[in-house]
Design a protein around this ligand. Structure first.
Ligand code: INI
Length: 189
């Protein structure tokens, strides 16, 4: 006879955005696409109960610039999550590889440095058609998915860091200037 399997309860993040502070960094490059992703993200946040004045939108020139803005935004505004929106489309040269790769790498570094969940909503497409399909056509809207992911991760992060909600205190300056060594939320909230 096999022993009963244990079923530990999983810690999960709720899908309600009430009381969350969310940042969105959006690239102007391929703005035809990124504006639609932004609209999808805002739709997800609004329908989940987010307040307009708790959402901070920042625009940057291209996907390459997203990481530094996302990091600064997360650190200075005490956000629960940051959605990073961009669109990289392959061209004739290797430029695409550098922009897409460094954007992804930088966003990951930013979230590990700050401890603030950063949602990767940078499309990396072979052509414009693929991008359009992911910005509200055949493949849905990846911005909407990113909005939901931000909400889940923000709530999960609050639980894991033992913080139940609003009123996040500023991270002490000493910690902020020491980013990279601060692997968690630390004094951020
Ligand atoms: N930026 C993008 O967001 N998508 C692209 O497809 C792209 N391409 O192909 O060049 C792009 N380049 C600009 C880049 O992000 C920087 O803004 C630029 O290199 C200045 O640092």
């Amino acid at each position: 006879m096999t022993p009963d399997k244990i079923q530990p309860a999983a810690i999960t993040g709720a899908l309600t955005a009430e009381g969350l502070r969310i940042g969105i960094v959006v690239s102007r490059f391929n703005q035809f696409i990124t504006d639609r992703l932004l609209a999808g993200a805002l739709d997800a946040l609004e329908r989940s109960g987010a307040a307009a004045d708790e959402i901070e939108v920042v625009r940057v020139p291209g996907s390459f610039e997203i990481p530094v803005a996302a990091k600064q935004l997360a650190e200075s505004r005490h956000l629960d999550a940051v959605i990073c929106i961009g669109c990289v489309i392959r061209g004739d040269t290797a430029h695409y590889e550098y922009v897409a790769g460094e954007s992804a790498r930088g966003i990951q570094l930013a979230q590990m440095d700050t401890g603030v969940p950063m949602i990767f909503c940078v499309l990396t497409c072979e052509n414009l058609e693929q991008a359009i399909d992911r910005a509200g056509l055949k493949m849905g809207n990846k911005g909407f998915e990113a909005g939901l992911t931000a909400i889940e991760m923000a709530n999960l992060s609050r639980k894991l860091s033992g913080n139940s909600g609003s009123g996040a205190p500023a991270a002490p300056a000493s910690r902020r200037s020491n980013s990279g060594k601060n692997s968690g939320h630390g004094g951020r909230r």
